[in-house]
Design a protein around this ligand. Structure first.
Ligand SMILES: [Zn+2]
Length: 319
């Protein structure tokens, strides 16, 4: 067999052996510029650079949701530059309210004011680049405790030309991020590494669960929208997260592409105080159960430590 023919035969065999690509996934990062405790801006810049470098290297499109309250202070220009870095890296930005309010615990008029106040800087950065601000992500995924609150805010979002960014995949990254930051701050590098490994292991287990939950709900695998946070943990783990995406054969796409999946036109009418994800919302609408009994739980040591850190009177990151 001539070398060219042999190479062609090998290529065909490889193509035949390669599993078909699975469903698309869009990565979304909340609490920009950086999730977690208050840090010097140089540290925030290093985290942002590492996270963005990883996203670009692994061809992962992403959108970051900003809390503009986190830009305040003497280093404001340098913190705004972190948002610019997201856009320069080819990513998108959206609104996560100014001060990360809970719609369950905030009068809707105040919440609307805070959301309007939360777009000032981000919108101007987008407009400077000929782009528009289109995406809103609810803090705590709380969409309104009463029908009236929900309707009022939904109407405001429509008037302000926002689309809601849902969540159909999440790996409780915020639970791991606080103990990780605390271990690093205390100089406990081995503990930090152990937390990071637990995080990767849990993520590798929960991603297939969400895929199977989507399949159970729709009879096919819908595109996924993955909630993450702009944390040091994720900056240090982005290569491993990319590997999970790759191993699951998921196709990384931007949020617009994921949202073009007709699954995202499924109505969801959840009214209540809890911040629940969209697969659960749709399971209520469609009257179909999700396979909760097989859902992996975060490790107990992480859940306990995260809860203990939350009880401290120090400002910690918020999901
Ligand atoms: Zn958040």
């Amino acid at each position: 067999m001539a070398a060219g023919v042999r190479a062609f035969a090998v290529a065909c065999a490889l193509l035949a052996a390669a599993p078909a690509a699975a469903e698309p996934v869009a990565l979304t990062f909340d609490d920009l510029p950086v999730f977690g405790p208050v840090r010097p801006v140089a540290e925030q810049a290093a985290i942002t650079r590492k996270l963005l470098r990883g996203l670009v290297r692994h061809h992962l499109p992403a959108i970051g949701f900003v809390n503009e309250i986190n830009l305040e202070g003497a280093d404001r220009a340098a913190r705004v530059a972190l948002l610019t870095a997201w856009l320069d890296a080819g990513m998108d930005l959206g609104n996560h309210t100014y001060s990360h309010l809970s719609l369950t615990r905030t009068p809707v008029a105040d919440y609307i004011g805070d959301t309007a106040n939360g777009e000032v800087v981000t919108k101007s950065l987008l407009v400077e680049r000929g782009r528009t601000m289109r995406w809103f992500r609810y803090p705590y995924l709380e969409t309104g405790p009463t029908a009236e609150t929900r309707r009022t805010f939904d109407d405001w979002l429509t008037t302000a030309n926002y689309r809601v960014a849902p969540v159909t995949l999440e790996n409780s990254d915020y639970l791991f991020a606080d103990p990780y930051d605390a271990a690093l701050k205390a100089g406990q590098r081995r503990r930090a590494k152990a937390i990071r490994l637990e995080y990767i292991r849990f993520s590798a287990a929960i991603v297939p669960w969400y895929r199977s939950a989507g399949l159970a709900l729709f009879g096919r695998r819908p595109a996924l929208v993955w909630l993450l946070h702009a944390s040091k943990l994720n900056a240090d783990s982005i290569g491993a997260l990319a590997k999970i995406v790759h191993n699951q054969k998921l196709t990384p796409v931007n949020l617009d592409t994921a949202m073009a999946d007709p699954a995202y036109r499924t109505p969801e009418n959840y009214i209540g105080p809890n911040g629940i994800e969209w697969l659960e919302r749709w399971s209520l609408t469609l009257h179909r159960d999700l396979p909760w009994e097989t859902m992996p739980k975060p490790p107990k040591d992480i859940a306990d430590e995260s809860a203990a850190l939350d009880d401290e009177p120090v400002a910690h990151g918020t999901p």
